[in-house]
Design a protein. Structure first.
Length: 208
């Protein structure tokens, strides 16, 4: 179990065979929550190359009195993440990371070793979107959406911006999605190559 934190809310992420998001109050034993880790999907984040210290996240986002800046670094990553989180939320959990810290882990799908792939991880109306061409990351961002059509618009615009051919580029879905979902059906009309990765996400965070 992981805590799932965005800018406004805290939920729980369970992966018992499939990804399931639950409200925080669904757990009666708060000690269980306090011993768990959190995963931030805050859209107030900046992904820096390792050892890059010239910029600060405050140049890109305001930091309010109830918020805290956290600098997140994982040894196996080539990137450092700075993100902003509500101070009250992090007190629920033992420790945690931002989703951007797992960029290498999330984009390791074997079929994308020699392809241009856009990875879309869906968690509680948030889409973590990563585009990778060979070993280079072309794009990383987090979108919040209400309707499947909104997400389709974001991704089609991303393809146009990066000049990716919809007949060639691959999309790999992860998280709260299956082949019967409206999102998958809608995307299958516009994109030729869709994949599903149902492996355990954020495995290193859960097992550490």
């Amino acid at each position: 179990m992981l805590g799932l934190i965005n800018q406004r809310e805290v939920h729980l992420l369970n992966q018992d065979g499939h990804v399931k998001i639950e409200p925080l109050d669904s757990v009666q034993n708060m000690d269980l929550i306090k011993s768990s880790k959190y995963l931030s999907i805050s859209r107030k984040f900046v992904l820096f190359p390792k050892n890059h210290t010239n910029d600060r996240i405050e140049q890109y986002f305001p930091v309010y009195p109830n918020e805290q800046v956290i600098h997140d670094f994982k040894d196996q990553s080539n990137y450092q993440v700075s993100y902003i989180i509500n101070k009250a939320f992090i007190n629920f959990f033992r420790q945690g990371h931002h989703a951007a810290s797992f960029i290498n882990e999330l984009t390791s799908h074997v079929i994308c070793n020699d392809q241009t792939c856009t990875f879309i991880l869906l968690l509680h109306n948030h889409a973590i979107v990563m585009t990778k061409r060979l070993n280079d990351y072309l794009f990383y961002n987090i979108f919040e959406f209400d309707q499947a059509e909104e997400l389709l618009y974001y991704i089609t615009q991303l393809y146009l911006h990066l000049n990716i051919d919809r007949e060639v580029g691959r999309i790999v879905f992860m998280g709260e999605i299956d082949t019967e979902s409206k999102i998958y059906d809608l995307f299958s009309v516009y994109f030729r190559h869709l994949e599903m990765d149902k492996s355990l996400i954020f495995k290193s965070l859960i097992e550490s």
